[in-house]
Design a protein around this ligand. Structure first.
Ligand code: FE2
Length: 299
């Protein structure tokens, strides 16, 4: 179900193929997208996913996502050409989309982000696995992530995350930083005047989680608080038990300016939190019933 660039265990974040198993195709792991090589069947899978998800996301995705999608050369009829996407992105926020064969090692991933290059898988899932995939494919990476890169605040935030990731990697604090990515870039919700909306790509590219995260009574929905999020483990194998909610995307600007080093020192002294935990200090927007995950645990 959830395929995320940051797909990972909570102990070791991998953005890719375990690096040890595969020789890099090039020093920065990029490859040619090979757009001309997509088959009619592959374009048809894109079309099915694109149409289903676009219909569902009306009234669910945040305004920035909708605006980004509208202004990009991305539609139902074919898998987008990364060169065309990059031309528009470059003008808007200075970003590019580069093709990679799948997950890439952390340092490579962060280096790309820090330089405003978004690594996207160039392959697409098979027709029989529309709702399941182990690695982020072109639908997750491009449909899910790229519209938000058209937003100047978000564009700066992801670059800052890349730079922060390189630093956290050196400091051995990647696990904590990866949780911020997970609960914002992949599974973030934002409060708009007209309601709660999706901006995370892990949700936006998933049919079932786009419904679950907003409509289901089971998950907790809690105001985003940086240190709280950095202490919280996450689920990679199922829907999230908690979604953290921004008041607005501009909150992310604040994160760009923060020096994380003192925070890392503080949170090391505090216990880790499990995804379903609720603290007295949380601003709880919706206290979940936990029905979904407890039913699974007892199944
Ligand atoms: Fe992702």
């Amino acid at each position: 179900m959830n395929a995320n660039a940051a797909s990972a265990s909570t102990d070791k974040v991998k953005h890719g193929l375990a690096a040890a198993d595969a020789a890099p195709p090039s020093p920065d792991w990029t490859i040619d997208q090979g757009w001309a090589n997509y088959t009619a069947e592959e374009h048809a899978v894109w079309k099915t996913l694109f149409e289903r998800q676009t219909k569902l996301l009306a009234g669910r995705a945040c305004d920035a996502f909708v605006a980004g999608m509208r202004d990009l050369p991305m539609g139902p009829d074919e898998i987008p050409d990364f060169r065309k996407l990059s031309a528009v992105l470059m003008q808007q926020t200075g970003w590019q989309v580069v093709a990679v064969p799948g997950l890439v090692p952390d340092e490579v991933f962060f280096e790309h982000l820090a330089n405003r290059r978004f690594p996207a898988g160039n392959f697409i899932r098979k027709p029989h696995e529309l709702d399941y995939l182990e690695e982020p494919d072109v639908f997750h990476d491009v449909f899910g992530h790229v519209p938000m890169l058209m937003n100047p605040v978000f564009a700066d935030y992801i670059q800052a995350y890349g730079a922060g990731g390189l630093k956290a990697h050196r400091q051995g604090m990647l696990k904590n930083l990866a949780r911020v990515y997970w609960y914002t870039v992949e599974f973030g919700l934002v409060q708009q005047a007209d309601g709660l909306r999706i901006y995370g790509a892990g949700i936006a590219s998933s049919y079932t989680e786009s419904i679950f995260c907003l409509d289901d009574a089971s998950p907790n929905r809690i105001r985003f608080e940086l240190e709280r999020v950095m202490r919280t483990n996450y689920r990679i194998d199922d829907f999230q038990e908690v979604y953290f909610v921004l008041n607005n995307l501009e909150e992310l600007l604040e994160l760009d300016r923060i020096d994380f080093s003192p925070i890392y020192a503080r949170i090391q002294a505090q216990p880790e939190l499990q995804p379903g935990d609720v603290l007295d200090t949380d601003q709880v927007l919706h206290r979940g019933t936990a029905a979904y995950h407890s039913a699974k645990r007892h199944a």
